[in-house]
Design a binder for this molecule. Structure first.
Ligand SMILES: *Cc1c(COP(=O)(O)O)cnc(C)c1O
Length: 338
């Protein structure tokens, strides 16, 4: 039994595990199953809410009144944090990378951040990368002047506390697999800040499973994520020595499928858009260009090249991202009658 730290239930779990039979009929090859973590909530949709269950429980335990976090202007993590903070009565401040479009109303996740009444500091990417730490410190100091204590949550909620979200999700998936009587050859997820992959990798180990976990990175590179996943797991081991005793964290090396970042983070090209259209039209499943669509394009391309092609069952964690899809509408579908 895994001794979990305090958790505030925010996500709708367990999420469904869904087989993509129509995709298999069309393409042949392994049967791909989706772990529907795009159904962890309506506005809270996606993977970040699983991490926030543990992060915000920690904030409450520490007597915090506020949370501060950061991300891209269309960050799913920032949106989920803003909404969950509102639900629980925390103040929320977001440090967003990018400037608002002049004269345009906020769209997608950024719109929901505002609706949830998070305060926002927009930063030019250059300023963001150079001064992120001091931007957090300034805001913590600002809350302190109001007599408020703030928890600073890193990018994507990926740290030694956030990894618990996907340790728990791993247990849920292993239950799903036994209910289905199915033994998948591998589990895949999109990797952006590493915490989901770290949680799944650690979770398989803690639950005594040998199913390999592959992250398909949507930014940075393999080297970066091998180090980042190791750092998150090491931080976890330091914070929870009782749970980590007997765990050889050095053996938990992240498996990364690199080569599908394309032109960069949050930039997508036609093959990714084609995959998004295909899954929507064939299975009614909606992916996003930043994470899940890019990673699914990567996975299907690897299968086409023969990798994993002999597997009977593969599992892809659908980590959400629907609100980040809408700003790409013009690239995805043409207006006017079909
Ligand atoms: C953040 C995010 C990811 C990546 O998860 P990390 O834990 O940051 O690596 C994948 N998909 C979606 C939709 C996300 O918002």
């Amino acid at each position: 039994m895994i001794d979990y730290p305090p958790r505030i239930p925010l996500a709708q779990t367990p999420t469904p595990l869904q087989p993509l039979h129509r995709l298999q009929q069309q393409r042949g090859g392994p049967l791909l199953w989706l772990k529907r973590d795009d159904m962890t909530g309506g506005p809270l949709t996606g993977n970040k809410v699983r991490k926030l269950e543990f992060l915000l429980a920690h904030a409450r335990e520490q007597g915090c009144d506020a949370v501060i976090t950061c991300g891209g202007i269309q960050s799913n993590h920032c949106r989920a944090t803003a909404l969950a903070a509102a639900q629980l009565g925390f103040d929320c401040h977001l440090i967003l990378r990018g400037l608002p479009e002049h004269g345009e109303p906020a769209a997608g996740n950024e719109f929901l951040d505002k609706l949830a009444a998070a305060t926002i500091r927009y930063c030019e990417p250059r300023e963001y990368f150079a001064h992120l730490e001091s931007l957090f410190q300034e805001q913590e100091a600002h809350y302190a002047t109001q007599g408020k204590k703030a928890l600073s949550i890193p990018t994507g909620g990926s740290n030694g506390i956030g990894v618990w979200g996907y340790v728990r999700a791993t247990g849920e998936m292993l239950d799903d697999f036994s209910v289905q009587g199915m033994d998948p050859a591998a589990v895949f997820c999109a990797t952006g800040s590493g915490g989901t992959q770290a949680g799944l990798t650690l979770g398989m180990h803690l639950h005594g499973s040998e199913i390999p976990v592959y992250g398909i990175n949507v930014c940075d590179d393999e080297d970066y994520f091998v180090r980042k996943v190791a750092a998150d797991i090491a931080e976890w081991a330091g914070l929870y020595p009782a749970q980590a005793s007997g765990v050889d964290t050095a053996q938990l090396t992240a498996k990364v499928i690199d080569g599908y970042v394309g032109r960069g983070y949050a930039l997508a090209d036609e093959p990714v858009f084609a995959t998004i259209r295909q899954l929507a039209a064939l299975e009614g499943v909606v992916l996003d260009p930043v994470y899940t669509g890019k990673a699914m394009h990567g996975l299907l391309s690897e299968i086409d090249r023969g990798r994993f092609a002999d597997a009977e069952h593969l599992v892809f964690v659908h980590t959400g991202g629907i609100f980040g899809l809408f700003p790409f509408a013009a690239e995805l579908v043409h207006s006017g009658p079909a």
